[in-house]
Design a protein around this ligand. Sequence first.
Ligand SMILES: Cc1cc2nc3c(=O)[nH]c(=O)nc-3n(C[C@H](O)[C@H](O)[C@H](O)COP(=O)(O)OP(=O)(O)OC[C@H]3O[C@@H](n4cnc5c(N)ncnc54)[C@H](O)[C@@H]3O)c2cc1C
Ligand SMILES: NC(=O)c1ccc[n+]([C@@H]2O[C@H](COP(=O)([O-])OP(=O)(O)OC[C@H]3O[C@@H](n4cnc5c(N)ncnc54)[C@H](OP(=O)(O)O)[C@@H]3O)[C@@H](O)[C@H]2O)c1
Length: 253
Amino acid sequence: MLNYPGFQSATVAQRTDWTSELFSLRISGAKLDFKAGQFTKLALPDTSGQLISRAYSIVNAPMSTNDMLEFLVVANTDGQLTPNLQQLAIGDSIYVGERANGDLTGDIVPKCANDLWLLATGTGIGPFLSLLDDIHLRPRCENIVLVHAVRYQADLVYQYLIKQLVAFYEGRLQYVPIVSREESPYLQGRIPELLENEQLFEQAGVTMTPEQSFVMLCGNPEMIKSTLAPLQALGLEKYRAASGGNIVYERYW
Ligand SMILES: Cc1cc2nc3c(=O)[nH]c(=O)nc-3n(C[C@H](O)[C@H](O)[C@H](O)COP(=O)(O)OP(=O)(O)OC[C@H]3O[C@@H](n4cnc5c(N)ncnc54)[C@H](O)[C@@H]3O)c2cc1C
Ligand SMILES: NC(=O)c1ccc[n+]([C@@H]2O[C@H](COP(=O)([O-])OP(=O)(O)OC[C@H]3O[C@@H](n4cnc5c(N)ncnc54)[C@H](OP(=O)(O)O)[C@@H]3O)[C@@H](O)[C@H]2O)c1
Protein backbone atom coordinates (compact mmCIF):
# COMPACT_ATOMS: atom_id res chain seq x y z
CA MET A 1 0.00 0.00 0.00
CA LEU A 2 1.12 3.58 -0.67
CA ASN A 3 1.95 5.92 2.19
CA TYR A 4 -0.39 8.84 2.79
CA PRO A 5 0.60 11.46 5.38
CA GLY A 6 -1.63 11.32 8.49
CA PHE A 7 -2.84 7.80 7.70
CA GLN A 8 -1.74 4.28 8.57
CA SER A 9 -2.67 1.13 6.73
CA ALA A 10 -4.80 -1.50 8.44
CA THR A 11 -6.86 -4.56 7.58
CA VAL A 12 -10.54 -5.43 7.67
CA ALA A 13 -10.78 -8.22 10.24
CA GLN A 14 -14.55 -8.66 10.37
CA ARG A 15 -17.72 -7.20 8.96
CA THR A 16 -21.35 -7.30 10.06
CA ASP A 17 -24.19 -6.42 7.69
CA TRP A 18 -27.15 -5.23 9.75
CA THR A 19 -29.31 -4.19 6.75
CA SER A 20 -28.70 -3.60 3.05
CA GLU A 21 -27.31 -0.12 3.92
CA LEU A 22 -25.99 -0.43 7.44
CA PHE A 23 -22.81 -2.31 8.29
CA SER A 24 -19.98 -2.50 10.81
CA LEU A 25 -16.31 -2.95 10.01
CA ARG A 26 -13.83 -4.28 12.55
CA ILE A 27 -10.34 -3.18 11.64
CA SER A 28 -7.04 -4.47 12.96
CA GLY A 29 -3.46 -3.27 12.71
CA ALA A 30 -3.95 0.45 13.36
CA LYS A 31 -2.29 2.07 16.36
CA LEU A 32 -4.62 4.76 17.64
CA ASP A 33 -4.59 6.61 20.93
CA PHE A 34 -8.24 7.55 21.57
CA LYS A 35 -10.77 8.20 24.30
CA ALA A 36 -14.10 6.38 24.35
CA GLY A 37 -16.58 8.43 22.30
CA GLN A 38 -14.08 9.87 19.81
CA PHE A 39 -13.79 9.56 16.04
CA THR A 40 -11.00 9.14 13.54
CA LYS A 41 -10.80 9.01 9.73
CA LEU A 42 -11.22 6.06 7.40
CA ALA A 43 -9.97 6.37 3.86
CA LEU A 44 -9.56 4.54 0.57
CA PRO A 45 -7.78 5.69 -2.60
CA ASP A 46 -9.99 6.40 -5.61
CA THR A 47 -9.19 5.13 -9.12
CA SER A 48 -6.68 7.97 -9.63
CA GLY A 49 -4.90 7.17 -6.36
CA GLN A 50 -6.30 10.18 -4.50
CA LEU A 51 -7.21 9.32 -0.93
CA ILE A 52 -10.89 9.88 -0.07
CA SER A 53 -11.29 10.21 3.69
CA ARG A 54 -14.23 10.76 6.03
CA ALA A 55 -14.73 10.88 9.79
CA TYR A 56 -16.15 7.84 11.62
CA SER A 57 -16.87 7.29 15.31
CA ILE A 58 -15.21 4.38 17.03
CA VAL A 59 -17.86 2.03 18.44
CA ASN A 60 -15.63 0.11 20.85
CA ALA A 61 -13.90 1.46 23.93
CA PRO A 62 -10.09 1.62 23.96
CA MET A 63 -8.64 -1.81 24.74
CA SER A 64 -5.18 -2.32 26.19
CA THR A 65 -5.07 -5.91 24.97
CA ASN A 66 -5.57 -5.49 21.22
CA ASP A 67 -5.63 -3.01 18.35
CA MET A 68 -9.20 -3.62 17.08
CA LEU A 69 -11.28 -0.65 16.03
CA GLU A 70 -14.96 -1.01 15.14
CA PHE A 71 -17.00 1.40 13.03
CA LEU A 72 -20.72 1.56 12.20
CA VAL A 73 -21.39 2.95 8.74
CA VAL A 74 -24.50 3.75 6.71
CA ALA A 75 -23.96 3.53 2.97
CA ASN A 76 -24.99 6.55 0.94
CA THR A 77 -25.45 5.34 -2.64
CA ASP A 78 -24.46 8.79 -3.99
CA GLY A 79 -21.55 9.11 -1.58
CA GLN A 80 -17.87 9.17 -2.53
CA LEU A 81 -16.54 6.85 0.17
CA THR A 82 -19.28 4.72 1.73
CA PRO A 83 -20.13 2.64 -1.38
CA ASN A 84 -16.45 1.59 -1.45
CA LEU A 85 -16.37 0.93 2.31
CA GLN A 86 -19.43 -1.29 1.83
CA GLN A 87 -17.56 -3.40 -0.74
CA LEU A 88 -14.68 -4.22 1.62
CA ALA A 89 -14.16 -7.88 2.49
CA ILE A 90 -12.22 -9.54 5.31
CA GLY A 91 -8.48 -9.20 4.62
CA ASP A 92 -8.84 -6.03 2.52
CA SER A 93 -6.67 -3.00 3.26
CA ILE A 94 -7.98 0.31 4.51
CA TYR A 95 -6.38 3.54 5.73
CA VAL A 96 -7.05 4.75 9.27
CA GLY A 97 -6.22 8.23 10.61
CA GLU A 98 -3.33 8.59 13.01
CA ARG A 99 -5.34 10.76 15.41
CA ALA A 100 -8.69 10.71 17.17
CA ASN A 101 -10.81 13.73 18.11
CA GLY A 102 -14.19 14.56 19.56
CA ASP A 103 -15.87 15.94 22.66
CA LEU A 104 -18.40 13.17 23.37
CA THR A 105 -16.08 11.78 26.02
CA GLY A 106 -16.56 10.79 29.65
CA ASP A 107 -14.30 13.51 31.02
CA ILE A 108 -16.64 16.25 29.78
CA VAL A 109 -19.54 14.96 31.93
CA PRO A 110 -19.56 17.00 35.16
CA LYS A 111 -19.10 14.90 38.30
CA CYS A 112 -22.28 16.46 39.72
CA ALA A 113 -24.47 15.33 36.79
CA ASN A 114 -27.08 12.95 38.11
CA ASP A 115 -28.71 12.13 34.78
CA LEU A 116 -26.82 11.53 31.55
CA TRP A 117 -28.89 11.61 28.34
CA LEU A 118 -27.36 10.16 25.18
CA LEU A 119 -29.51 11.14 22.17
CA ALA A 120 -28.59 9.52 18.84
CA THR A 121 -30.02 9.20 15.35
CA GLY A 122 -28.87 6.42 13.02
CA THR A 123 -25.13 5.72 13.17
CA GLY A 124 -24.81 8.41 15.85
CA ILE A 125 -25.22 5.68 18.46
CA GLY A 126 -21.58 4.62 17.87
CA PRO A 127 -19.77 6.99 20.24
CA PHE A 128 -22.32 6.33 23.00
CA LEU A 129 -21.74 2.57 22.84
CA SER A 130 -18.01 3.23 23.15
CA LEU A 131 -18.57 5.53 26.11
CA LEU A 132 -20.86 3.11 27.91
CA ASP A 133 -18.49 0.20 27.28
CA ASP A 134 -15.38 1.91 28.66
CA ILE A 135 -14.59 0.12 31.90
CA HIS A 136 -12.33 2.95 33.03
CA LEU A 137 -14.79 5.74 32.42
CA ARG A 138 -18.15 4.09 32.95
CA PRO A 139 -20.33 7.12 33.73
CA ARG A 140 -21.15 7.21 37.42
CA CYS A 141 -24.44 9.09 36.97
CA GLU A 142 -27.45 7.64 38.77
CA ASN A 143 -29.48 7.56 35.55
CA ILE A 144 -28.20 7.09 32.03
CA VAL A 145 -30.70 7.19 29.16
CA LEU A 146 -29.59 5.92 25.75
CA VAL A 147 -32.08 7.11 23.11
CA HIS A 148 -31.66 5.67 19.62
CA ALA A 149 -33.90 7.13 16.89
CA VAL A 150 -33.98 5.22 13.61
CA ARG A 151 -36.20 4.96 10.56
CA TYR A 152 -36.89 1.21 10.75
CA GLN A 153 -36.75 -1.41 13.48
CA ALA A 154 -33.97 -3.24 11.59
CA ASP A 155 -31.78 -0.15 12.11
CA LEU A 156 -31.71 -0.82 15.88
CA VAL A 157 -28.20 -2.23 15.75
CA TYR A 158 -25.99 -3.79 18.47
CA GLN A 159 -28.91 -5.27 20.44
CA TYR A 160 -26.62 -7.93 21.96
CA LEU A 161 -24.19 -5.30 23.26
CA ILE A 162 -26.96 -3.03 24.52
CA LYS A 163 -28.52 -5.95 26.45
CA GLN A 164 -25.12 -6.65 28.05
CA LEU A 165 -24.68 -2.99 28.96
CA VAL A 166 -28.19 -2.69 30.43
CA ALA A 167 -27.45 -5.74 32.60
CA PHE A 168 -24.04 -4.41 33.60
CA TYR A 169 -25.38 -1.03 34.72
CA GLU A 170 -27.88 -2.81 37.05
CA GLY A 171 -30.88 -0.51 36.56
CA ARG A 172 -28.97 2.74 35.94
CA LEU A 173 -29.08 2.47 32.13
CA GLN A 174 -32.39 2.86 30.26
CA TYR A 175 -32.43 2.05 26.54
CA VAL A 176 -35.16 3.93 24.64
CA PRO A 177 -35.45 3.07 20.93
CA ILE A 178 -37.54 5.27 18.62
CA VAL A 179 -38.71 3.97 15.25
CA SER A 180 -40.08 6.68 12.95
CA ARG A 181 -41.21 5.03 9.72
CA GLU A 182 -43.04 1.85 10.66
CA GLU A 183 -45.23 0.42 13.40
CA SER A 184 -43.16 -1.17 16.16
CA PRO A 185 -43.31 -1.89 19.89
CA TYR A 186 -41.19 1.23 20.41
CA LEU A 187 -41.82 4.97 20.63
CA GLN A 188 -42.76 6.48 17.28
CA GLY A 189 -41.81 9.97 16.10
CA ARG A 190 -38.76 12.21 16.38
CA ILE A 191 -36.59 13.19 19.33
CA PRO A 192 -37.55 16.92 19.51
CA GLU A 193 -41.29 16.24 19.53
CA LEU A 194 -40.94 13.35 22.00
CA LEU A 195 -39.08 15.72 24.33
CA GLU A 196 -41.69 18.45 23.92
CA ASN A 197 -44.61 16.11 24.64
CA GLU A 198 -42.59 14.50 27.49
CA GLN A 199 -43.02 10.95 26.12
CA LEU A 200 -39.25 10.43 26.38
CA PHE A 201 -39.33 11.36 30.07
CA GLU A 202 -42.28 9.02 30.69
CA GLN A 203 -40.60 6.16 28.86
CA ALA A 204 -37.28 6.60 30.67
CA GLY A 205 -38.76 7.47 34.06
CA VAL A 206 -36.31 10.38 34.21
CA THR A 207 -36.84 14.14 33.68
CA MET A 208 -34.39 16.85 32.60
CA THR A 209 -33.29 19.79 34.73
CA PRO A 210 -30.37 22.23 34.36
CA GLU A 211 -29.13 21.21 37.82
CA GLN A 212 -29.18 17.44 37.31
CA SER A 213 -28.88 16.66 33.60
CA PHE A 214 -26.11 16.46 31.03
CA VAL A 215 -27.11 15.79 27.41
CA MET A 216 -25.01 14.46 24.55
CA LEU A 217 -26.42 14.46 20.99
CA CYS A 218 -24.99 12.77 17.94
CA GLY A 219 -26.00 12.15 14.33
CA ASN A 220 -28.30 14.01 11.96
CA PRO A 221 -27.53 17.77 12.16
CA GLU A 222 -31.19 18.68 11.65
CA MET A 223 -32.14 16.55 14.67
CA ILE A 224 -29.49 18.35 16.72
CA LYS A 225 -30.68 21.76 15.58
CA SER A 226 -34.33 21.08 16.35
CA THR A 227 -33.57 19.35 19.67
CA LEU A 228 -31.63 22.33 21.04
CA ALA A 229 -34.85 24.38 21.28
CA PRO A 230 -36.75 22.05 23.68
CA LEU A 231 -33.56 21.49 25.69
CA GLN A 232 -32.98 25.23 26.04
CA ALA A 233 -36.65 25.73 26.92
CA LEU A 234 -36.01 23.43 29.89
CA GLY A 235 -33.13 25.73 30.95
CA LEU A 236 -30.27 23.58 29.67
CA GLU A 237 -27.33 25.38 28.03
CA LYS A 238 -24.63 24.45 25.54
CA TYR A 239 -21.48 23.28 27.28
CA ARG A 240 -18.43 25.55 27.18
CA ALA A 241 -15.11 24.56 28.72
CA ALA A 242 -14.83 27.93 30.52
CA SER A 243 -18.35 28.22 31.91
CA GLY A 244 -19.76 24.68 31.92
CA GLY A 245 -23.27 23.86 30.72
CA ASN A 246 -25.37 20.80 29.95
CA ILE A 247 -25.30 20.09 26.20
CA VAL A 248 -22.57 18.75 23.88
CA TYR A 249 -23.11 17.45 20.36
CA GLU A 250 -21.46 16.06 17.28
CA ARG A 251 -23.00 16.64 13.85
CA TYR A 252 -22.32 13.93 11.27
CA TRP A 253 -22.77 16.17 8.25
C1 LIG B 1 -17.32 13.69 13.57
C2 LIG B 1 -18.03 12.80 12.55
C3 LIG B 1 -18.23 11.46 12.85
C4 LIG B 1 -18.90 10.64 11.93
N1 LIG B 1 -19.13 9.33 12.24
C5 LIG B 1 -19.82 8.56 11.37
C6 LIG B 1 -20.10 7.20 11.70
O1 LIG B 1 -19.70 6.70 12.76
N2 LIG B 1 -20.80 6.47 10.79
C7 LIG B 1 -21.25 7.00 9.59
O2 LIG B 1 -21.88 6.28 8.82
N3 LIG B 1 -21.00 8.29 9.28
C8 LIG B 1 -20.28 9.06 10.12
N4 LIG B 1 -20.00 10.35 9.78
C9 LIG B 1 -20.33 10.80 8.39
C10 LIG B 1 -19.15 10.43 7.46
O3 LIG B 1 -18.00 11.19 7.79
C11 LIG B 1 -19.46 10.67 5.98
O4 LIG B 1 -19.91 11.98 5.81
C12 LIG B 1 -20.51 9.69 5.45
O5 LIG B 1 -20.09 8.35 5.63
C13 LIG B 1 -20.80 9.92 3.96
O6 LIG B 1 -19.60 9.76 3.22
P1 LIG B 1 -19.67 9.55 1.65
O7 LIG B 1 -18.32 9.91 1.11
O8 LIG B 1 -20.18 8.21 1.30
O9 LIG B 1 -20.74 10.61 1.21
P2 LIG B 1 -20.52 12.11 0.70
O10 LIG B 1 -20.15 12.09 -0.72
O11 LIG B 1 -19.55 12.79 1.62
O12 LIG B 1 -22.04 12.65 0.96
C14 LIG B 1 -22.44 13.10 2.27
C15 LIG B 1 -23.98 13.13 2.47
O13 LIG B 1 -24.44 11.88 3.01
C16 LIG B 1 -25.41 12.08 4.06
N5 LIG B 1 -24.87 11.48 5.29
C17 LIG B 1 -23.59 11.59 5.74
N6 LIG B 1 -23.40 10.86 6.88
C18 LIG B 1 -24.56 10.25 7.14
C19 LIG B 1 -24.97 9.36 8.17
N7 LIG B 1 -24.12 8.93 9.13
N8 LIG B 1 -26.27 8.95 8.17
C20 LIG B 1 -27.12 9.36 7.20
N9 LIG B 1 -26.77 10.18 6.19
C21 LIG B 1 -25.53 10.63 6.15
C22 LIG B 1 -25.59 13.60 4.16
O14 LIG B 1 -26.71 13.94 3.36
C23 LIG B 1 -24.35 14.17 3.53
O15 LIG B 1 -24.54 15.43 2.94
C24 LIG B 1 -19.35 11.18 10.68
C25 LIG B 1 -19.11 12.53 10.40
C26 LIG B 1 -18.48 13.34 11.32
C27 LIG B 1 -18.28 14.79 10.98
N1 LIG C 1 -28.63 12.18 0.68
C1 LIG C 1 -29.17 12.72 1.73
O1 LIG C 1 -29.38 13.91 1.81
C2 LIG C 1 -29.50 11.83 2.87
C3 LIG C 1 -29.97 12.40 4.05
C4 LIG C 1 -30.25 11.54 5.10
C5 LIG C 1 -30.07 10.18 4.92
N2 LIG C 1 -29.62 9.70 3.78
C6 LIG C 1 -29.46 8.29 3.56
O2 LIG C 1 -30.55 7.61 4.13
C7 LIG C 1 -30.11 6.40 4.68
C8 LIG C 1 -30.47 6.19 6.12
O3 LIG C 1 -30.13 7.25 6.95
P1 LIG C 1 -30.43 7.04 8.50
O4 LIG C 1 -31.78 6.46 8.64
O5 LIG C 1 -29.30 6.37 9.13
O6 LIG C 1 -30.42 8.51 9.08
P2 LIG C 1 -31.55 9.63 9.26
O7 LIG C 1 -32.17 9.98 7.97
O8 LIG C 1 -30.85 10.70 10.01
O9 LIG C 1 -32.71 8.97 10.18
C9 LIG C 1 -32.49 8.53 11.50
C10 LIG C 1 -33.58 9.05 12.42
O10 LIG C 1 -33.44 10.47 12.54
C11 LIG C 1 -34.72 11.06 12.34
N3 LIG C 1 -34.63 12.42 11.82
C12 LIG C 1 -34.35 12.77 10.54
N4 LIG C 1 -34.38 14.12 10.43
C13 LIG C 1 -34.71 14.60 11.66
C14 LIG C 1 -34.91 15.93 12.18
N5 LIG C 1 -34.80 17.01 11.40
N6 LIG C 1 -35.24 16.06 13.48
C15 LIG C 1 -35.37 14.98 14.25
N7 LIG C 1 -35.20 13.71 13.83
C16 LIG C 1 -34.87 13.53 12.54
C17 LIG C 1 -35.42 10.15 11.37
O11 LIG C 1 -36.82 10.37 11.44
P3 LIG C 1 -37.74 10.41 10.09
O12 LIG C 1 -37.91 8.98 9.67
O13 LIG C 1 -39.00 11.05 10.58
O14 LIG C 1 -37.00 11.21 9.04
C18 LIG C 1 -34.99 8.79 11.88
O15 LIG C 1 -35.81 8.39 12.95
C19 LIG C 1 -28.64 6.37 4.37
O16 LIG C 1 -28.45 5.72 3.14
C20 LIG C 1 -28.25 7.80 4.23
O17 LIG C 1 -27.06 7.98 3.49
C21 LIG C 1 -29.33 10.51 2.75
